[in-house]
Ligand binder design. Sequence first.
Ligand code: THU
Length: 137
Amino acid sequence: MTPEKLLEKAKEAMLRAYAPYSGFYVGAALLTKSGRVYTGCNIENAAHTPTCCAERTAFFKAVSEGEWEFAALAVCGGERGKITGVFPPCGVCRQVMAEFCPQDFPVYLADAEGFRTMTLAQLLPLGFNGEEYLGKS
Ligand code: THU
């Protein structure tokens, strides 16, 4: 699947955002190595802390369906239905990504003109992945 197609799916998911507090709509589309796409949107909450970002919604949907191997992630954000700039994933979402994805995992970030590609290593340099105490590689 091309980055453009994955970004289209992220844009569709953005329309499903529940964002009555920030008015900021985020969509994500996560491509698995098996070729499936799991989408996510941000889901806000009156108590703020329970809010879940679009990226984590997509990851948690996929992992809860038994998918662990991922090929790429597309993210877009802005007003409802309109991408207004580049909105990189928050630190918590980067950490969740690091749990499941390799350093060269590509993240396509939409902007008003198109998109840019960043790897997980660029987004989360020197990330903590547990290898220090779990022997995880
Ligand atoms: N948000 C995301 O969905 N993804 C991010 O990585 C950054 C922030 C959402 C959470 C909240 O609903 C809104 O954007 C404003 O912070």
